[in-house]
Design a protein around this ligand. Structure first.
Ligand code: PLP
Length: 235
């Protein structure tokens, strides 16, 4: 039965997997549950297991999921929501209604749009820059040689607070193939930190997924984004 047709019930095994995974992570590493295509019941179960951050790739489905969580499960007040997928500028306003942090800022134009919208309400949005560390293997993110320019641009925007970097690395292949990408991203973060471009010290590094998170932790990740390992395979 696909998750889409499964009854929207809570699942104690999800809570258990969240607890076990959190316990296995070193201090200072935060588990982000990647919740695309998951039900509100699954997210609630993960929150019950101690999940502190939910990551979602898509603005509109994430908003619907949050609303469903409120309506059907009493919400998950302790849960913070991160956007971990590409953001189109025409979805920026809705993204601000849905997410507490944007991990995927990847252009000066998008930064300008978010700045303008946040200024309307006086809100300061924490952001990470997404680094295209695998270059040809991924289409999203800022090329490594453009990251510093974008960081300088963001530093000059009053309503955006640069907190770290995020990267995907290669989607397929051996987890070890991700190591050079994670290492490159960490190096960039160290350089930007020396230049004083982050509002946070040390900066966050969001790297690693179900198959690669141990490598990412070895390379300095402070957030790991895990879907399959917590929720099972998507259909
Ligand atoms: C789906 C997704 C993840 C989690 O991937 P799994 O392999 O299911 O753990 C992490 N980050 C991003 C950006 C994703 O889209």
């Amino acid at each position: 039965m696909s998750p889409h047709h499964a009854p929207d019930v809570q699942d104690a095994s999800v809570a258990e997997r969240v607890r076990n995974l959190r316990a296995s992570l070193p201090r200072g590493v935060t588990l982000v549950g990647a919740v695309k295509n998951r039900t509100a019941g699954e997210v609630k179960s993960a929150a019950d297991g101690g999940l502190a951050v939910a990551g979602h790739n898509y603005v509109v489905p994430a908003r619907a999921l949050r609303d469903e969580l409120e309506a059907g499960h009493g919400g998950a007040p302790g849960l913070s929501w991160h956007l971990i997928g590409h953001l189109q500028r025409n979805k920026a306003r809705k993204a601000l209604e849905t997410f507490d942090l944007v991990e995927t800022l990847d252009s000066s134009r998008l930064a300008g749009t978010l700045e303008r919208l946040c200024a309307e309400t006086g809100r300061v949005l924490p952001v990470f820059l997404e680094v295209n560390s695998g270059r040809e293997s991924s289409k999203t993110g800022v090329p490594p040689d453009r990251v510093e320019d974008l960081a300088r641009r963001v530093r000059d925007l009053e309503h955006l607070s640069l907190q770290g970097l995020m990267t995907m690395g290669p989607r397929f292949g051996d987890p070890g193939d991700s190591r050079p990408c994670f290492r490159l991203t960490r190096g960039l973060a160290e350089r930007l930190a020396e230049l004083g471009l982050f509002d946070r010290s040390p900066p966050h590094l969001s790297m690693g997924m179900s198959l690669s998170f141990r490598v990412a932790v070895e390379e300095g990740a402070t957030l790991v984004r895990i879907g399959t390992l917590l929720f099972g395979l998507r259909s």
